[in-house]
Design a protein around this ligand. Sequence first.
Ligand SMILES: Nc1ncnc2c1ncn2[C@@H]1O[C@H](COP(=O)(O)OP(=O)(O)O)[C@@H](O)[C@H]1O
Ligand code: SF4
Ligand SMILES: [Mg+2]
Length: 333
Amino acid sequence: MSLQRTQDAESTDALLAAEEVQKYFPIRSGILKRHTADVKAVDGVSFEIRRGETLGLVGESGCGKSTLGKTMMRLLDPTGGRIYFDGEDITDVSRKRLRQLRRDMQIIFQDPGSSLNPRMNVADLITEPMRSLTDWDKTKRQNRLYELIEEVDLQENHLTRAPHEFSGGQQQRIAIARALSVNPSLIVADEPTSALDVSVQAKILNLMEDLQEKYNLTYLFISHDLSVIKHICDRVAVMYLGELAEVAPADRLFETPKHPYTRALLSGVPRANAERMDDRIILDGSVPSPEDPPSGCRFHTRCQEYIGDVCETSDPELDAVGDGHVCACHHYD
Ligand SMILES: Nc1ncnc2c1ncn2[C@@H]1O[C@H](COP(=O)(O)OP(=O)(O)O)[C@@H](O)[C@H]1O
Ligand code: SF4
Ligand SMILES: [Mg+2]
């Protein structure tokens, strides 16, 4: 059973949905630059994000999280599958429609220091999306600008300064104001706090939560850090090597993780009801190359619960294991 079908029964209020989405990056070699192989960064991913929720996307570095986020926003063209936004199939929409969709879907990156144009001041940075994506007049843009800086706790005297004059946390506030300026309904936040000190991280997460409530925002929140995911997410999707391993409501995922990969990731996170040290599962080695992923279950080369041939020959599908909880493993019990 695909995830799409398991979830459709429970909820029809999906703002964003993926159906078997793929994103391959071609590898070209030789002097003729012939297409010889592909980096299968995202390889058949189905899920949905419901209006107003925060869906966490977690997994080790290189698992395809950023590629999936950008593909869902149509910043990258999918290689296969379908993408739906608010019920509309946006997989191959026109450039014109895509530009309109930029208002509805905005992205915040990990490193605002490099994503914010150093030659623009704060006022220009925040108003730029309004100038390029809306037909709002100057008065409306200015009013929105002053609203936004108050919203994200910046001062009026910051407006004429350049982004490098700010701390990482303040730069992320500028990036958030910029993303919010055009009134999007969906924000993809790609490791938005990963470059910040822990104390600043909490402030930015709280700000994002307040803004979500105020503007009824839907978040796709990407992070490799499970403690951040736990803080902010309603549901969590665990990604491994281009595929989803497990999706569940956040409390279920943290209390009763089913997939060996999720369990291994969680073993590295301190928990209140910590299991004994000898129950810890160590995640050995690194993520294999997405150019030539392992056969069968992609996790089999690192799985400590490996149960034999079936793991190497058959790719497990996401199966329902409980309320809104799906897991792709031949041996989840
Ligand atoms: N533009 C690109 N061209 C080629 N390979 C890419 C490109 N972007 C990402 N990749 C590869 O795709 C895989 C997934 O990357 P990414 O989506 O950045 O993972 P994550 O965000 O989980 O760390 C990695 O192997 C990465 O090297
Ligand atoms: S299918 Fe097999 S290798 Fe894959 S996670 Fe489950 S037990 Fe491990
Ligand atoms: Mg990434």
